[in-house]
Design a protein around this ligand. Structure first.
Ligand code: ZN
Length: 487
């Protein structure tokens, strides 16, 4: 049997950048075994050491989640498609129950002014919205976690649509590299707190709404208190600890969680509402090990992608408030913006889910950094580090130094240090023979994180004359050579 396997972006680099592959096999297990034979680097990403599928990897056969069938034993037929869906830094439809209930009661007390009626006229004349629906929107309270790429379009559309109270949690300032996708902010906002700018922008779009800001990191200590005030929670975060925190808090409080995640040109969206369907833990019981799935800062993201996924989250939020339409409860929407393909796969409620299953074992918020295995990187010994200024002095004195650039080739194209050699990080283990054993090696990347990992690897491989360039080529550009472009 020849079947097609679709690989997600995050795994394509371990399979020679292929997005689909044809393999032979009678079962899912056989097909995946063939895949791993061809691309052995995929083994540790897909399977545990005892040969089971990893928990943060979901496998679908023609849109059916095989975890609840026989998983690897699931038979496949000629022409079937196996889709691998890992969690990224992200049932059956249940008929709507009229939306989160307190909105209906509050909506009865709400009136629209003549000015608001004019503003929302394109909604009011839709039979799916009408005056009743618009009053529900005005009575609704929506919390957006994260005012970044997803939070920007979300907040803009929810404000324009007339959601009466919008809360936003974030603690960042606007960075120059945010402007490529975070459309809430303007160039002159760089350096300003995001929430202050977001609030100004939203109130300028719609003065009839209230914007509540929480300039803090969402934690187990404050999450329940903040989320409790809202009817719908929208997850626009970019890290796993906060995703699990938002999920668990929503399950404990009985709130719907509108989920979205993005990576390069791939997006996911769903609505996790444990009262009616699965939660995020039903889909991804465990996070991937830290460092396995790159963040947008490391892996990049197409600027328009959060616009699309954020707008989909806004759309789902509005349907939940109206209590109408078909929400993405129990369905996971997958977008490949490069091939422009949308698909939805079913997600079932896991009866063994520790959060929303039949016998939940988690009854309060936990330590999510620990759950996700996020521990601060051990500090490198001082003698293994070199600052850009020190490196410049050594080079000026003509000392023999082997400059090792461990970034990706497209980063090298933007800028690199003269005389450096490029060996991308994931090729280092196979390229040790290309490294000198006598000259000193200075390893660098963009800001010093990846190079520190490489340094530890080289140290364990026996290299001793090695140093990490502190702050990477970025700090070199600031302190030594301003003609080197920063990115
Ligand atoms: Zn669950």
């Amino acid at each position: 049997m020849s079947v097609k396997i679709s690989l997600p972006t995050a795994l394509r680099r371990y399979a020679a950048e292929n997005d689909t592959l044809q393999v032979e096999g009678q079962t899912v297990g056989q097909a995946l075994a063939r895949l791993v034979e061809q691309y052995p680097d995929l083994q540790r990403h897909l399977f545990t050491e005892d040969g089971r599928l990893r928990h943060f990897v979901n496998v679908y056969v023609n849109d059916e989640d095989v975890r609840y069938l026989q998983e690897l034993e699931t038979p496949v037929k000629e022409g079937d498609e196996i889709t691998i869906v890992p969690s990224v830094a992200g049932g059956g439809r249940t008929p709507s129950d009229g939306g989160p209930s307190p909105i209906g009661e509050r909506a009865e007390q709400v009136r629209l002014s003549p000015e608001e009626i004019l503003r929302y006229s394109r909604h009011l004349i839709m039979p799916e919205v009408t005056m009743d629906g618009q009053r529900r929107l005005k009575a609704a309270r929506v919390l957006i976690v994260g005012a970044g790429g997803l939070g920007s379009p979300l907040a803009l559309y929810l404000a324009a649509a007339g959601v009466g109270r919008i809360g936003i949690v974030d603690f960042d300032v606007v960075d120059f590299t945010n402007l490529q996708r975070q459309v809430l902010y303007a160039t002159h906002d760089v350096g300003q707190p995001k929430l202050q700018k977001a609030k100004e922008r939203l109130q300028a779009i719609n003065p009839h709404i209230e914007v509540e800001t929480y300039e803090t990191r969402l934690t187990s200590a404050n999450a329940l208190e903040i989320l409790r005030e809202y009817d719908v929670i929208v997850d626009g975060t970019d890290n796993f600890p906060t995703r699990y925190l938002v999920n668990d808090a929503c399950v404990l409080l009985g709130k719907p969680n509108v989920y979205g995640s993005i990576f390069r040109f791939e997006g996911q969206a769903s609505v996790f509402y444990a009262k009616q369907g699965p939660c995020y833990r039903c889909l991804y019981p465990e996070p991937p090990p830290p460092g396995l799935v790159p963040s947008c800062a490391e892996g990049g993201v197409l600027g328009v992608l959060p616009g699309i996924i954020g707008a989909i989250q806004a759309n789902e939020t509005i349907k939940l408030i109206l209590g109408r339409g078909e929400p993405l409860i129990g369905r996971l929407l997958l977008l490949d913006a490069w091939r422009m393909q949308f698909r939805t796969v079913r997600v079932r409620k896991d009866p063994r889910c520790p959060m929303c299953g039949e016998h939940p074992t988690i009854r309060e918020l936990i330590d999510y950094e620990e759950f996700c295995g996020v521990t601060p990187e051990p500090v490198l010994a001082e003698e293994l580090e070199i600052t850009p200024r020190q490196l410049k002095e050594h080079l000026d004195r003509g000392e023999p130094i082997f400059l090792l650039d461990v970034r990706e080739p497209h980063e090298w194209q933007i800028a690199h240090l003269p005389g450096a050699k490029l060996i991308p990080m994931n090729r280092i283990p196979a390229s040790l023979h290309e490294l000198p054993t006598t000259d000193e090696i200075v390893v660098y990347c963009k800001t010093g994180g990846r190079s520190a990992q490489v340094l530890r690897f080289l140290y364990n491989a026996g290299f001793r004359r090695i140093k990490n360039l502190k702050g990477g080529i970025d700090r070199w550009a600031v302190e030594v050579d301003p003609s080197v472009p920063r990115y």
